[in-house]
Design a protein around this ligand. Structure first.
Ligand SMILES: Cc1cc2nc3c(=O)[nH]c(=O)nc-3n(C[C@H](O)[C@H](O)[C@H](O)COP(=O)(O)OP(=O)(O)OC[C@H]3O[C@@H](n4cnc5c(N)ncnc54)[C@H](O)[C@@H]3O)c2cc1C
Ligand code: SF4
Ligand code: SF4
Length: 935
């Protein structure tokens, strides 16, 4: 692959001796793909090792030391400064480190480095608590990266970052020793085994404290956010060298040791919130307001310069005033939070008191309406993606991260604006966490051209002069030093403090095993080396900034490729093709890793800041590689869908006949995993509704429920259950004409056969409109019983017909008309990708809560990975996507619900519980004689 040599077979061989072979990655495609992070640096690891335990990590460290290879740890790979990439051994933190133990009263939480930050907060939320660090990437980034970068965001300031909210730490040092600061025995043993190391730390701390100028400078520099260099404030903040060591690990970016567990003191998550978006005639006025607001109990103050506001002002829902602001204008987005409404009012009044005395474009006002607040935050959150989305193909988007003393914020921001203009970064915008003097400036950069790289180098030189020499600020406030600022650490900190940092590195990692080139680098040009190419690939993904935000959504992430890794690989293939280089190496493996194992769920698009649907790329590639036979088959299926459904039902009958003789397991093996445990029987044919009395509603029984019946023979098929329910609630069911021939084409759409799929959807749309026509120029609602198909038809019929997913109609129209007897038995819920994308999950939960007293909704799952027929052809995706589910289902939970027939087949297979449409449960609970469903 580009920029990488052949894998070091010696170390790979050693690693396969200590880890399962499947967790030692040596193929070039995945080394490139897994090696990518969110920064603009590209280093391709020699080998990637996935570790699931401390013992495995220790074994990898031993192997790397023996082979003289450097090691870089990787949590979620959202780092921006190049600290999570390597030419050596890349260690990926596996599921085994995704541990979370909430302490008494949720005052503290003990976490493994593999936990995603937002998942921790979701678990703490019922207790009204959260972790202190709040990076904007929290929905993706993991605790290991949060702690090792000392990441922070708009509310946590300098008081609630990892450094200040860590209670204890468990760390594996470069020599393999484990120190657990909450375990007295571990600490005592360490004091003996590492007396010399602790003694040296003690001496360094004593020397530093004795040097009042140095100690004062260190304290001064941490008044504002600072992640440049090591956390040497530990040398002045703590007396015990064990505490010093633990705090040095925070922000050490994987260069001093591996954080295998951290316990945080949690902070209050105040439920009452209010926001104000205040526009000022000049940036100076806005910064003046920041000084006043700093004295008040405000949670966040975000500054936006005129260029930021301009980048989003024409988007839907933006306040009109934005378009008429003057050239020097700026805005502050102020948030206040409190435990109670009266306390919140007091805080709003205090903030408004500050603003009242200052020039504003309009009178400042807070809103507590969540929708209004969300619209304000859309202004702020839209700025970075807007630059990313507008950039020229082939360029990268850079988000820089500096901090100035707050008193200098106005002058520094104006200087920064001038520097961007001077160097031709006219598209650049500035926004940031004003309370901390932390500014992000975002601009686009071409690294494929030497002149452009030189321009970037000159700009960075100017930025350093501005931040360090003029304002004595921080070159990295939040994002970590990485490779990007390593050459400038001494410039910012001076020789004496940098010397301390070098001593710390030499003390803890004498062999330079851990992440060399990160935080400290004597090469003054290191920040200009290993720049990541961003070649044009396909227009639909060219805007990708490789941030990785899509990864937690993807069912194939961690098994084959994530959306980001698919794009990275396709970019590399495109680069090779454009350069006339061979692409066979990629083509051979990408078919399986990138194309076949994408579930096509498009959930990636819901998390992407620039709106990319990697599923769209995969569909395009599926279409391109389709053979003439496959194309003819698709065309034939589209024209003869009733025959396709009939053949599928026959296949199910034959499968069951065989399974009765040789067993499910044998049929499953013979079919390559396509035959599942609890495989449904063939569905009954759709019957004409019994009655036409009541309010008309069109019901379209989707093909999944017309093919796959219930797992138990003799039980009604889904369409029979839904019809019963609709009629029970007093609806007259209308079926579209020729229902057996109809299909929305979702399956062909997933295969990239857009034309045939769209033709099928159009035929269905016409049949639905005909059935829904009320004869008076209006239309009755249409109900569909599979979420994937409902979503597809909603999108195609938007504004022309009201299409409702079954659970939405059940929530809005059936619940008020049915008498429901709740079941006591716990029922598992799977919210599938279509329900997530249509944001109808709350309605689904609400219907389920009416049917059962106990809802079990496992965490750690998004899309089930079944993806229409992917689950039959690539069953390992389904198994991987649902790997966290079975362990979370309590013993008494013997059934589950979802809203797509194929998802339910996979869920039943993987969990051993029978998953069915929620319609079944609602029907059972609303029978006149219902006593509550039981196992
Ligand atoms: C769009 C965008 C917005 C962002 N916004 C913010 C923000 O608001 N604030 C902010 O601070 N950052 C922000 N970041 C940067 C980044 O997301 C955070 O710093 C995040 O905390 C990194 O976590 P991660 O899990 O991705 O770590 P990774 O990138 O995987 O790793 C980060 C560093 O930690 C090391 N590491 C990982 N795990 C361990 C471990 N167990 N032990 C020791 N070292 C380890 C790695 O070697 C690496 O040096 C943003 C990034 C993006 C792309
Ligand atoms: S597809 Fe979107 S979310 Fe995923 S890495 Fe690219 S920009 Fe980020
Ligand atoms: S469509 Fe689904 S499976 Fe495919 S890349 Fe996106 S999230 Fe992953």
């Amino acid at each position: 692959m580009h920029g990488s040599g052949p894998p070091d077979t010696d170390i790979a061989r050693t690693l396969t001796g200590v880890l399962p072979a499947s967790r030692v990655v040596t193929d070039p495609l995945r080394r490139l793909a897994y090696g990518t992070d969110a920064s603009f640096y590209r280093l391709t690891p020699e080998v990637v090792a996935v570790v699931e335990s401390e013992a495995e990590l220790q074994a990898v460290l031993r192997a790397a030391r023996a082979h003289g290879r450097p090691v870089t740890f990787r949590a979620a790979g959202t780092s921006l400064s190049g600290q999570a990439v390597t030419h050596g051994v890349l260690v990926l933190i596996g599921d085994g480190f995704a541990t979370c133990e909430i302490g008494p009263g949720a005052r503290a939480v003990r976490l493994g480095p593999g936990m995603v930050g937002a998942d921790v907060n979701a678990r703490l939320a019922p207790h009204g608590r959260k972790i202190g660090p709040d990076p904007a990437s929290i929905a993706t980034c993991k605790i290991g990266g949060i702690a090792a970068n000392n990441a922070s965001g708009m509310c946590c300031g300098t008081a609630q970052n990892s450094y200040h909210t860590m209670e204890s730490l468990r760390v594996v040092l470069a020599d393999g020793t484990v120190l657990d600061t909450e375990d007295a025995a571990s600490v005592a043993a360490f004091r003996v085994s590492h007396a010399a190391l602790l003694g040296e730390l003690d001496r360094m701390a004593a020397e530093t404290r004795a040097d009042t100028a140095l100690a004062g400078r260190i304290r001064h520099k941490y008044r504002i956010k600072n992640t440049t260099g090591y956390s040497i404030n530990a040398l002045v903040d703590f007396a015990d060298p064990v505490d010093i060591l633990a705090h040095l690990m925070i922000g050490s970016e994987g260069t001093l040791g591996f954080i295998s567990r951290i316990t945080y003191r949690t902070v209050a998550d105040d439920p009452c919130k209010a926001s104000a978006l205040v526009f000022f005639p000049t940036l100076g006025d806005a910064c003046q307001a920041v000084l006043g607001l700093r004295q008040q109990p405000v949670a966040a103050v975000e500054l936006l310069d005129r260029a930021s506001l301009r980048s989003v002002q024409d988007k839907p829902g933006m306040p009109d005033v934005m378009r008429s602001l003057g050239v020097d204008a700026a805005a502050l987005l102020v948030e206040v939070r409190a435990r109670t409404a009266p306390a919140l009012q007091l805080r709003m009044d205090a903030a408004l008191g500050v603003l009242a005395g200052l020039p504003t474009v309009e009178a400042a006002a807070f809103s507590t309406d969540p929708q209004v607040c969300e619209s304000y935050w859309k202004v702020r959150k839209g700025t970075f993606p807007s630059v990313g989305a507008m950039r020229r193909t082939g360029t990268t988007v850079i988000i820089e991260d500096v901090a100035f003393p707050v008193e200098s914020l106005a002058a520094a921001t104006l200087d920064l604006q001038a520097a961007m203009r001077r160097h031709g970064y006219d598209e650049g915008i500035i926004f940031g966490h004003a309370l901390e003097g932390n500014l992000h400036f975002v601009f686009t950069q071409d690294f494929s051209d030497a002149a452009e790289v030189a321009r970037y180098a000159r700009f960075m030189e100017d930025v350093c002069t501005l931040v360090v020499d003029t304002y004595d600020g921080s070159l990295k406030a939040e994002h970590g030093t990485g490779r990007n600022m390593a050459p400038f650490v001494e410039r910012e900190w001076g020789r004496q403090a940098t010397q301390l940092m070098r001593r710390i590195k030499a003390l803890l990692d004498p062999g330079t095993l851990l992440n060399p080139g990160v935080i400290l680098d004597d090469d003054p040009h290191a920040h200009l080396k290993h720049l990541k190419p961003m070649p044009a690939a396909e227009s639909m993904v060219d805007r990708c900034i490789e941030c990785g935000f899509c990864e937690p959504m993807c069912p194939s992430h961690g098994l084959t490729l994530s959306p980001r890794q698919r794009i990275t690989t396709w970019r590399e293939r495109s680069r090779r093709e454009a350069a006339g280089e061979a692409t066979a190496e990629i083509d051979d493996r990408f078919g399986h890793l990138g194309v076949d194992t994408c579930a096509g769920c498009s959930l990636c698009s819901t998390a992407c800041p620039v709106g990319i649907d990697t599923g769209g790329l995969v569909r395009l590639l599926r279409d391109r590689r389709a053979t003439p036979v496959a194309r003819s088959l698709s065309e034939w299926s589209a024209d003869h869908f009733d025959t396709v459904a009939a053949l599928s039902r026959t296949g199910l009958r034959l499968g069951h006949a065989a399974a009765r003789v040789v067993g499910d397991g044998v049929v499953s093996r013979l079919s390559g995993g396509a035959w599942k445990r609890g495989m449904p029987h063939a569905a009954h044919r759709v019957a004409v509704p019994r009655s036409n009395a009541g309010d008309p509603v069109v019901y379209y029984p989707t093909c999944g429920g017309r093919i796959f019946g219930d797992s138990t023979p003799g039980q009604p098929s889904l369409h029979e259950v839904v019809t019963t329910l609709l009629e029970r609630a007093g609806y007259a069911v209308r079926l579209p004409e020729g229902v057996e021939r109809l299909c929305c084409g979702q399956m062909l759409f997933s295969k990239g056969r857009t034309q045939e799929a769209d033709a099928m959807a159009d035929t269905l749309a016409a049949a639905l409109r005909a059935a829904a026509d009320d004869g008076r120029g209006g239309f009755h609602p249409v109900v569909m019983d599979a979420s994937a198909c409902a979503l597809r038809m909603k999108e195609r019929l938007a504004g022309r017909l009201q299409v409702l997913d079954f659970h939405e109609f059940a929530h809005d129209a059936l619940l008020p008309r049915l008498r429901i007897q709740r079941s006591a038995a716990p029922v598992a819920l799977h919210v599938n990708c279509s329900v997530r994308r249509s944001a109808s999950d709350e309605k689904l939960r609400s219907v389920l809560r009416r049917c059962t007293e106990s809802v079990v909704e496992p965490t750690g799952v998004t899309c089930c990975g079944f993806g229409g027929d992917v689950g039959f052809k690539e069953p390992q995706i389904n198994a991987h996507a649902l790997r966290a589910v079975p362990a979370q289902l309590p013993e008494g939970c013997c059934s589950g619900v979802s809203t797509n027939r194929t998802c339910e087949i996979g869920l039943t297979d993987r969990t051993g519980r029978t998953y069915r449409s929620i319609a079944y449960l609602l029907e059972e609970c609303s029978r006149p004689d219902a006593v509550g469903a039981a196992c």
